[in-house]
Design a protein around this ligand. Structure first.
Ligand code: TYM
Length: 326
């Protein structure tokens, strides 16, 4: 493990949006060069809220297709589906017995999701971060590349690791999050974090006309009411996205010309659309190609799961011994 081990995960929700891509996946791809990377499609997390049984399997494949199209390379990282490695849920149980309920009730994501799903607040939803801690620690991963919304869950992971180590002896590292400079992308409403559940997202594989329509109607600096009003890129979500997809020159020009009202929002959005599509279109083309060979993807996922089972099996054995189980 000379290079240090990375673990991260994504839920198979059926779409991967710009927030997932910019906040997490872009750096997953970069990190493959310098770390031993394990990336997971977390189907058990996806069932913590109501879901369509028949859609889940398709969504898992679609997540794999999208991740590979974005540049994950099974030769240089391990990609697998969480439920294929049962040690994740076994370790969750041990961690459950070390996790005060108060810690879990305080999680921002739990509070938000329980607002959204008032009728359906399950143990699974409350336990979501404990399963996430088990995902990471079953591989003794040291680093976790995520968007800003997940930092609280990584802090909890460190607390769980510390509690286990204090109780049963030094076993787990305390993993650190790795954030990108743009670790929080707001939705097309400009107010809330981009997410599938809030329907304020731009999917990276959506057809160009859909992407343009979503961009065209995205909220920018709301103080800029007329074309002649100067704008403030510092509070405009689209400028954040410009900095990811547009060249330094384009970004600098927009930054300047928005403040003096030389450029209007529609023109600015057109530039962003062109730069973004130049980046996304090759990914979309690759995804279309990958969909033609599902057997190759299934085989990569199977190989990934086999590799993970070996590591997870050893760590679980150590955990059982230390905790006095069997
Ligand atoms: P998920 O599928 O909700 O999100 C996947 C990744 O995308 C990031 N992300 C964002 N980043 C910036 N701006 C946004 N608007 C935005 N929306 C999502 C998330 O931070 C995440 O990195 N709980 C995890 C899944 C998980 C996991 C793990 C992650 C399960 N086990 C172990 C790391 C390690 C999640 O949020 O998935």
């Amino acid at each position: 493990m000379a290079k240090g081990r990375i673990f991260s995960g994504i839920q198979p929700t059926g779409i991967i949006h710009l927030g997932n891509y910019v906040g997490a996946i872009q750096q997953w791809v970069k990190l493959m060069q310098n770390y031993e990377c394990i990336y997971c499609i977390v189907d058990y997390h996806a069932i913590t809220i109501e879901y369509e049984v028949t859609a889940l399997r398709d969504n898992i494949m679609e997540a794999a297709v999208t991740l590979l199209a974005c540049g994950l390379d099974p030769e240089h990282c391990t990609l697998f589906v969480q439920s294929r490695v049962p040690e994740h849920t076994e370790l969750t149980w041990i961690f459950n017995c070390l996790s005060p309920i108060g810690d879990l009730e305080r999680m921002t994501q739990f509070k938000e999701k329980s607002q959204q799903h008032r009728e359906d607040i399950t143990m699974g939803l409350l336990d979501y971060p404990v399963l996430q801690a088990a995902d990471i620690l079953i591989y003794k991963a040291g680093f976790v590349p995520v968007g800003e919304d997940q930092v609280q869950h990584i802090e909890l992971t460190r607390r769980i690791a510390r509690r286990f180590n204090n109780r049963f002896g030094e076993t787990f590292p305390e993993p650190q999050e790795i954030l990108t400079p743009t670790s929080r992308i707001m939705g097309t409403d400009g107010k809330t974090k981009m997410s599938k559940s809030l329907n304020n997202y731009i999917g990276i594989l959506e057809p160009p006309d859909v992407i343009w329509e979503k961009l065209r109607t995205s909220v920018t600096d709301e103080n800029r009411k007329r074309r002649s009003d100067p704008g403030n890129p510092d509070i405009c979500n689209l400028f954040t996205i410009h900095k990811v997809f547009s060249s330094a020159d384009d970004s600098a020009r927009i930054n300047r010309e928005c403040r003096t009202a030389e450029i209007g929002c529609v023109e600015c959005k057109k530039i962003l659309y062109n730069n973004m599509m130049a980046h996304l279109q090759p990914i979309q083309q690759k995804a279309n190609k990958l969909r033609e060979t599902p057997a190759a993807i299934i085989s990569a996922l199977n190989e990934g799961a086999e590799r993970c089972k070996k590591i997870a099996g050893q760590v679980m054995q150590e955990v059982r011994e230390k905790a006095g189980i069997r």
